[in-house]
Write a protein that binds this ligand. Structure first.
Ligand code: SF4
Length: 778
């Protein structure tokens, strides 16, 4: 980073040679370049494994190189030849390891043995699998109620592992399913279920080839789902308009050089992506979409007054939607002043976006966590859907709604039953299929689970992958919650901070990665399945030798715990774990849409789960797509911050060398940051108003919570960046300490990690706790 003055030096375009260089660096850094490179040729291939990175879809006719820079990082990170063996754990106490960075912990490499925490020596020690299962089972059986246990899932778990896991938890007697999706797309699921009757998007990858306007909202594909850039670029090349709404100006959305295009690479050329780039204030998207709709209604009124046809799709509205009149009235009642103030956009920008919308006959709206992690995220997503309904942009080619999921199988896990508020039909099907009487009472999501562990009503935590303490908000409170447990079990490929907050009894159980060959007791190679953001279900089978002979698959580990806890009378866990086809048969009989599962998933590229909304069949209470008509928020966090004068709205996001809580390296190439993570981005004029210089180190103090707990993130370097005044941005998990548990989305319970109210303080002032915050000019 340029540590003196001015903006950091950013790479000229996303992708390109920078991406190729980075791929080489990460392959070499894994110390297993050959197995890593070989594995990459199998990534996202019909007879290979699904990339363990994001959930972006695979094309129907792909090439041999269906992966991106992030895919390379994910694969090489897993295919490394580094090992965290029992000898490593004997040398380092858990207390010592707690002082290591996230990156340093995972850099130790793959876990090799099941480990049990020994409180006397404060170290993990190797243990036999059967001993681990027996103690876990006995401890769970000894609890006075099944709701004392929290069954957490990460989006890496396959459909088969997730299905078996929910079956285990429900056979045991609880619906406590805190899930990583609670931290990301929960608002999408809720808003879309209300609006179109299904909590998923309605588009396929092919629709990006047909759309002539694509609205990309609160999303940074260059880092989070890079192959999407290729689809956006192809759309831009054939003349589609790509309208970006994102507070931070992200390089990946501006220009992209395709590393797989040799001519372009040799010429050092790149192509623009966004035709229009708007930078709303954080949380301003709802107002922006309402503004676009207001402009559309005005244009429509003008057209009718001039005797031209209506610009709205009245046939669609009449046949397929409800509450249109209420929505129209709400839009008309919303003053432009409120729209402009909340969105932070000019009237001209909104009118232009409306022109793009009206000029396209096939429109896609796509979004990610910049939309979903606010207090009013559900309302915002409904507002996006409202706009698409106006001209019938749903359920036809080249048009529709597309929430872009993060982790590889986060959508599939929910499909196969990871749901703390399960539909009655699922529970009835499980009872019928397995002769059970599974619980009906709703369970805990992530916030509920943390609360229950903190108040002592939950006493055990089982993590099927993930890094709970780093993925969740309010890090210190979550550590307190986890460490108070009677039992913690963490299923993982690599060491992370969640493993260093042991309960009284604590196990660290190593599992196979997505890239590794999974053989059953007869030597037969097994495949698992995953579902991408476009509802496509793919088979996935690894090709690398397992990192250690002691690893078990996630499915095998779940089955081992289940057999030791609930017994095998009704469910033959061992048989299911020994032949995943049997699990798929059970999924087929209990989850809609999986008819012929074992056959269909072996077809190249798998199959699409039926999506009724994409067929204009809306399974809502009215049987129609529902317009929503709520008012804009009384005040966004941005408006609250402005009113206070000395307060900023902070959003947390990923660096480019990061995937969720996994830190592959310390660079953020597209934002010009190298070798460090403790940075906070701010508008240059805000730095001037703070009388702070670029490069100066500051502390950030949360002023968002009312529980009296002081939340401080210490020692961050200020970096000027192109973003709205009054807003700040920096990386999670480092900044999660500032996100209070009490700040979460309405209806979604998603921590509002994109709108945390903070003050900036000089380092010495925080230590003294006496000085005033650095002030910000209004
Ligand atoms: S776009 Fe996502 S799924 Fe595809 S290769 Fe990259 S990280 Fe993996």
């Amino acid at each position: 980073m340029d540590r003196s003055q001015g903006s950091p030096k950013r790479s000229s375009a996303a992708g390109g040679w920078g991406a190729l260089k980075s791929c080489g660096k990460h392959l070499l850094g894994s110390r297993a370049p050959l197995s890593g490179a070989r594995a990459l040729l199998s990534a996202n291939q019909p007879d290979g494994f699904d990339c363990p990175g994001c959930a972006w879809g695979d094309p129907a006719h792909g090439s041999s190189f269906e992966f991106c820079e992030n895919g390379v990082k994910a694969v090489s990170w897993e295919a490394t030849d580094r090992r965290a063996t029992p000898r490593f754990f004997a040398k380092h106490t858990v207390s010592e390891l707690r002082g290591w960075t996230d990156h340093a912990l995972e850099s130790e490499g793959r876990l090799t043995h099941p480990m049990r925490y020994d409180a006397e020596t404060d170290t993990y020690r190797a243990v036999a699998w059967e001993e681990a299962f027996a103690e876990i089972g006995a401890t769970l059986r000894g609890l006075d109620h099944p709701d004392r246990v929290e069954f957490y899932t990460s989006g890496r778990a396959s459909n088969e592992a997730a299905y078996l896991y929910q079956l285990f938890a429900r056979a045991y007697g609880t619906n406590n399913f805190p899930d990583c999706s609670n931290m990301c797309h929960e608002a999408s699921g809720i808003a879309l279920t209300q609006a179109i009757g299904i909590g998923k998007g309605t588009v396929l990858l092919e629709d990006f080839e047909k759309a002539n306007a694509i609205f990309v909202v609160g999303q940074n594909p260059g880092t989070n789902h890079p192959r999407m850039l290729g689809d956006l670029r192809r759309a831009a090349e054939r003349g589609a308009r790509v309208v970006v709404l994102n507070p931070v100006r992200e390089r990946g959305l501006e220009r992209f050089a395709d590393p797989q295009n040799s001519v372009e690479m040799l010429r050092g050329a790149s192509r623009p992506i966004a035709s229009h780039y708007y930078q709303p204030k954080p949380g301003g998207d709802m107002a922006a979409f309402r503004g676009i709709a207001k402009a559309v209604f005005a244009r429509d009124a003008a057209a009718l007054a001039e005797g031209r046809p209506s610009l709205l799709d009245h046939a669609f509205i009449a046949a397929h939607t409800s509450a249109f009149a209420d929505y129209r009235a709400a839009v008309e009642a919303t003053a432009w002043a409120a729209i402009l103030d909340q969105s932070g956009l000019t009237r001209e920008a909104i009118e232009t976006a409306a022109d793009v919308y009206l000029g396209a006959d096939r429109v896609i709206a796509t979004w990610a966590m910049g939309v979903t992690q606010h207090r009013h995220s559900v309302a915002t997503i409904r507002e996006i859907a409202n706009l698409l309904f106006l001209r019938g942009h749903i359920g036809r080619p080249g048009a529709g709604l597309c929430p872009v999921r993060g982790h590889s199988n986060v959508q599939g896990d929910r499909t196969v039953g990871i749901n703390e508020k399960p539909p009655a039909a699922l529970l009835e099907a499980l009872d019928r299929e397995f002769g059970l009487s599974v619980p009906r009472k709703h369970g805990h999501n992530v916030l509920g689970a943390i609360g229950a562990m903190l108040d002592g009503s939950a006493k055990a935590f089982i993590g099927l992958g993930g890094n709970f303490v780093r993925a969740t908000p309010d890090t210190k409170l979550v550590e307190k919650a986890l460490s108070g447990c009677e039992l913690t079990v963490q299923i993982a490929t690599k060491l992370n901070h969640s493993h260093l907050v042991p309960g009284r009894i604590a196990y660290l159980l190593p599992c196979l990665g997505r890239t590794e060959i999974d053989r059953n007791s007869r030597g037969k190679v097994q495949i698992v399945t995953v579902e991408d953001s476009m509802s496509m279900v793919h088979g996935s089978g690894g090709i690398n030798k397992p990192a250690s002979p002691h690893l078990r698959s996630e499915i095998g580990i779940v089955a081992g715990m289940a057999a030791a806890t609930v017994g095998s009378e009704r469910i033959d866990w061992v048989a299911l774990a020994d032949d995943y086809d049997l699990i798929r048969d059970r999924i087929e009989r209990t989850i809609p849409g999986f008819a012929g599962f074992n056959t269909r998933v072996r077809r190249p590229r798998g199959f699409m789960l039926r999506n009724l909304a994409a067929e204009r069949v809306f399974e809502t209470a009215t049987g129609r797509a529902g317009f929503s008509s709520g008012p804009l928020p009384v005040a966004t966090e941005h408006q609250r911050a402005s009113a206070r004068g000395d307060t900023f709205v902070l959003q947390t996001f990923r660096s480019h060398d990061q995937y969720n809580t996994t830190i592959y390296g310390l660079d953020d190439r597209y934002r010009g940051v190298y070798g460090e993570r403790r940075v906070v981005f701010a508008h240059p004029d805000d730095l001037a108003a703070l009388k702070a210089r670029a490069g100066e180190r500051v502390d950030l103090v949360c002023v968002h919570a009312e529980d009296g707990i002081e939340r401080v993130a210490e020692d961050f370097r200020l970096v000027p960046f192109d973003m709205p005044r009054g807003s700040l941005a920096g990386y999670y998990p480092e900044l999660n300490v500032l996100v209070p548990l009490s700040a979460f989305g309405e209806f979604s319970d998603t921590p509002t990690s994109k709108s945390v109210l903070v003050q900036v303080r000089a380092r010495a002032q925080v230590r003294a706790r006496a000085a005033k915050p650095l002030g910000r000019a209004a």
